[in-house]
Design a protein around this ligand. Structure first.
Ligand code: APR
Length: 258
């Protein structure tokens, strides 16, 4: 792998418009599950849970799913991969970091990140639009996860807006919803201008986010994919690292900025 790391480091150093594109595989080494690998969230629960229909029809399942993720999100810390990208950006080697992740770990590592799928760091009221830190949604009672497993769980007042009593929702893009227009526009523009594009920890299974590497390829960009499983763009990538994101990014950071 060393030779290929040297090649990628040299290409990255000479790139005029390097763009990063990350997915849930960026945060598994921080203890947050991804979605589609063997231990992914969609292997344990149906994707249909991440919809407004689920919020309306099965609020208990919906709220527990997001409370479970919010509790882990705030307990997680950025890993050496997040830190490597932040250091490379600070040294001028990242024009834009586009992320599908909602965990805020890139930002906590010091990166600016365009969040295509919103954020789980905040929730907002469906009625009046009031916004809150997502820890607002966590039940006050200890043992709420055990209550759920014992069938005793019921979403409580923590799921209601303290201003108007309306229902709260996570500020993530749910399936069937549009991406935030400004975020998408910024990501598309940068992807179309990229001459070097790095995909990290994404199955590239979800559109329209997965169009970003295609926009870059259409611009003649050199594509790097760092992912533990195959993606449909592997054969169009100049380099594919079937390896842990944090390790590869830390090794590249070492070679590019020391
Ligand atoms: N290093 C490298 N790759 C990893 C690591 C790791 N440490 N851990 C997991 N992976 C890989 C997995 O093998 C998988 O191919 O990361 C990929 C993550 O893919 P998904 O779970 O599909 O996550 P993502 O691509 O971010 O999903 C996109 O789907 O459900 C929606 O909104 C959700 O933003 C998410 C979107």
């Amino acid at each position: 792998m060393t030779g290929r790391l040297e090649e990628v480091a040299a290409a990255w150093r000479s790139a005029k418009y390097p763009v990063m594109f990350t997915g849930a595989g960026m945060s598994t080494e921080s203890g947050l599950p991804d979605f589609r690998s063997a231990r992914g969230l969609w292997k344990q629960r149906p994707e249909s849970l991440a919809t407004m229909t689920a919020l309306r029809r099965e609020p208990g399942e919906f709220y527990f799913f997001y409370q479970w993720r919010i509790a882990r999100l705030w307990a997680a810390v950025p890993n050496t991969g997040h830190e490597a990208l932040a250091a490379l950006a600070a040294a001028g080697f990242v024009k834009l970091l586009i992320t599908q992740n909602v965990d805020g770990l890139h930002q906590r590592a010091g990166s600016d990140a365009v969040e295509l799928h919103g954020t789980l760091r905040t929730v907002s009221c469906l009625e009046c639009g009031a916004g809150y830190d997502s820890r607002t949604l966590l039940p006050a009672a200890a043992g709420w996860e055990d209550d759920y497993r014992a069938g005793r769980y019921l979403p409580g007042k923590e799921c209601a807006c303290s201003a108007c009593g309306g229902g709260l929702r996570p500020d993530v893009v749910l399936f069937g919803e549009s991406l935030p227009a400004a975020a998408w526009e910024t990501a598309e523009r940068a992807s179309r201008a990229a001459d070097f594009f790095v995909v990290v920890g994404s199955s590239l299974a979800v559109g329209p986010a997965n169009l970003c590497p295609e926009f870059a390829l259409a611009n003649g960009a050199r594509l790097v994919i760092i992912n533990q499983e195959a993606t449909h763009l592997d054969d169009r990538a100049e380099w594919v690292f079937r390896d842990r994101a944090a390790g590869v990014l830390a090794a590249l950071r070492e070679r590019i900025i020391g």
